[in-house]
Design a protein around this ligand. Structure first.
Ligand code: NAD
Length: 271
């Protein structure tokens, strides 16, 4: 429905990226005000410009999710500017390098964990505090404590080759989702994870086919075009998922249609 999220505000981290942007369009199209957080200010400004056509309020804030203070300031500024936050899409992430376990670089492992685990924790904590103490909330009996969706990945369900840090980080996201769902249930806040597998076209799809080809493992061909086909052939539905199909999953998990769903990991994988 056109007004499904009217009167609500969604905060999206990684709001300048492919999935963040598609989700921003989905929610703004359904009437929600949108807060974007990202490191990439020019790309964030472009997304904000695109969202003008929906006639909703949009705020953009530069924020490094690995810096706790940045996150706290962004939440404060967002509430000052937009008045409220109802939904938090904890989506900023980094894929890491592609390398076999015996060659995986330590500094990149740390970087992946900093962004995908510590960053997700910072946002989860700020979101929990914020949604829990939201000044506009009336008693929770009517079920309205807001909702959080953490971006995991199918790499957090089944570890893919050559992605040691990424797999570790996304398994962690699913674990944090289960614990946070239990911790926040008393406040009426639902916390779910979403795990896409192969999504495209987009930056991460192109990057992973090129980098998997370059590793030289038994799992993938050395030609990225062949790798694309190998990956698609591993999907029962024999196609990539679209960015919109990911955004549909986020919309479902945030919506009241998912009012009795929490601590769940929704796989958006084509089978
Ligand atoms: P993307 O690279 O297009 O977007 C990621 C965004 O996160 C970028 O705009 C980047 O600037 C931002 N970001 C990175 N580090 C940050 C930091 N420290 N602080 C703030 N922002 C930061 O990638 P995407 O495909 O849109 O991915 C979004 C999420 O979806 C990620 O968590 C990713 O792991 C997950 N995911 C993607 C796919 C896929 O195929 N695209 C599949 C499964 C999961």
């Amino acid at each position: 429905a056109q007004d499904r999220f009217a009167g609500k505000t969604i905060l999206i981290t990684g709001g300048a990226g492919d999935i963040g942007k598609a989700t921003a369009h989905r929610f703004a199209g359904d009437g929600a005000d949108v807060v974007l957080l990202d490191l990439n200010e020019p790309k964030m400004a472009d997304v904000a410009e695109e969202l003008k056509k929906y006639n909703v309020s949009v705020g953009t804030f530069r924020c490094d999710v690995t810096v706790c203070d940045d996150v706290a300031k962004a939440f404060t500024s967002a509430v000052e500017q937009l008045g409220r936050i109802d939904y938090v899409f904890n989506n900023a992430g980094y894929q890491g390098v592609f390398a076999k376990t015996d060659e995986y670089p330590e500094d990149d492992f740390q970087k992946v964990i900093d962004i995908n685990v510590v960053g997700v924790f910072h946002i989860l904590k700020a979101a929990a505090q914020h949604l829990r103490f939201s000044p506009w909330e009336t008693p929770r009996a009517n079920g309205g404590g807001g909702a959080i969706v953490n971006m995991a990945s199918y790499a957090g369900v089944v570890g893919p080759p050559n992605m040691l840090a990424y797999a570790a980080s996304k398994f962690a996201v699913i674990g944090m989702t289960q614990t946070a769902a239990k911790d926040l249930a008393p406040y009426g806040i639902r916390v779910n994870a979403l795990s896409p597998a192969l999504i495209g076209p987009g930056y991460m799809w192109t990057r992973q086919t090129e980098l998997q080809a370059a590793v030289g493992s038994q799992y993938f061909d050395a030609n990225p075009k062949v790798v694309e086909q190998q990956m698609i052939d591993s999907v029962p539905m024999r196609r990539l998922g679209s960015l919109e199909e990911v955004a549909n999953g986020v919309a479902f998990l945030m919506s009241d249609e998912a009012s009795y769903i929490t601590g769940f990991n929704l796989e958006v994988t084509g089978g």
